[in-house]
Design a protein around this ligand. Structure first.
Ligand SMILES: C[S@@+](CC[C@H](N)C(=O)[O-])C[C@H]1O[C@@H](n2cnc3c(N)ncnc32)[C@H](O)[C@@H]1O
Length: 315
């Protein structure tokens, strides 16, 4: 049913990403769009670079349908694959690519995922506690809440939601599920209200953070990002670029630290007379500071407000 809805997602920082990817204007080039979503970024790139070929990856079947439709004007230049972007090397070799000129990751959820109550991503509407980007994944948010040990729930709330009262929340979740298993998003909102109370003015509402934490865990979002960055750098040609758009600080920190580590040589502790690690820089950071959306873009699309775009070039 969700797949039948119109897929409406406005690509964020699209012009800026296209510019930073610095693809050749009139020579053949290959790009992996690891989060093809509704195809917004890919369509723009296919139009701008007439000899560009794209491998578009997404976990979400509805997104891939929308991307195929949006990019149909260049259907011979885009291949779409359903799966995790951490497996980009495997998917690339499946179409005979061993290296690429560019990689784009636009991390997080799409507007249709958030706006479809049946998918359970939003605490503002009632729906099942699902939150899976890929509905073939056996782990749902409900299963996690109803079955994970208390310590694991506390870790998820603390690490992925940065919730100060993570242990108290986990303890209450376990007590609540013993009486009545969690069934819908409303049950989880009730838990948040009872344990965390009203959020302080100017802060994100508690349920936003709790839902974010579970979503990150269900979809292994941070692990996926770490593995994709490693794999992506190996796949880039010399001079090729990777651009990553993030929507919250946990992801952005991973990208920032990865780019910093990969743009520096030896990682040995200071004071060692000779390098033992043998690490060599593989990237040059292109964006010293993250690129953020203009006021005009934020006015047109509220989701762009927290976006940060970083790019780096393979040495
Ligand atoms: C912000 S949207 C991308 C929107 C897209 N750039 C556009 O212009 O339409 C993020 C997309 O990435 C997908 N996604 C998130 N994590 C993923 C992962 N680890 N592997 C594959 N797809 C992922 C989501 O399903 C979602 O469709």
């Amino acid at each position: 049913m969700a797949a039948e809805r119109k897929f409406e997602h406005i690509p964020v920082l699209a012009e800026e990403a296209a510019e930073l990817l610095d693809l050749p204007a009139d020579a053949p080039a290959r790009l992996i769009d690891g989060t093809v979503g509704g195809g917004g970024h890919s369509a723009l790139l296919l139009k701008r670079f007439p000899r560009l070929e794209i491998l578009g990856i997404d976990r979400d079947a509805a997104a891939l349908e929308a991307a195929a439709d949006k990019c149909s004007f260049a259907s011979g230049r885009i291949a779409l694959v359903r799966g995790d972007f951490a497996r980009m090397a495997e998917f690339s070799s499946g179409i005979g690519w061993s290296e690429v000129d560019g990689i784009l990751l636009d991390i997080g959820v799409s507007s249709p995922q958030i706006d479809t109550p049946e998918r359970g991503f939003s605490w503002r509407s009632d729906g099942p506690l699902d939150m899976r980007m890929d509905d073939r994944n056996p782990l749902t948010a409900g299963r996690l809440l109803n079955q994970a040990p208390e310590a694991e729930l506390a870790r998820i709330f603390r690490e992925y939601g940065e919730i100060v009262q993570a242990r108290k929340l986990a303890r209450a979740a376990v007590a609540m599920r013993e009486t009545q298993p969690f069934g819908t998003t409303r049950d989880l909102v009730r838990l948040c209200d009872e344990v965390l109370g009203v959020s302080r003015p100017g802060r994100l509402p508690h349920p936003t953070l709790v839902f974010q934490a579970l979503r990150i865990a269900v979809n292994d979002e941070l692990g996926q990002l770490e593995r994709a960055l490693e794999s992506g750098v190996r796949m880039l040609k010399k001079g090729g670029r990777i651009a990553v758009i993030c929507f919250h600080s946990l992801e952005d920190r991973i990208v920032k630290n990865f780019f910093r580590d990969e743009s520096t040589g030896c990682h040995c502790p200071p004071g060692l007379p000779v390098c033992r690690c043998g690490h060599r820089a593989s990237l040059r950071i292109v964006t010293k500071k993250p690129v953020v959306a203009s006021d005009a873009e934020v006015a047109a699309n509220r989701r762009a407000a927290c976006a940060k775009l970083r790019a780096a070039e393979k040495l």
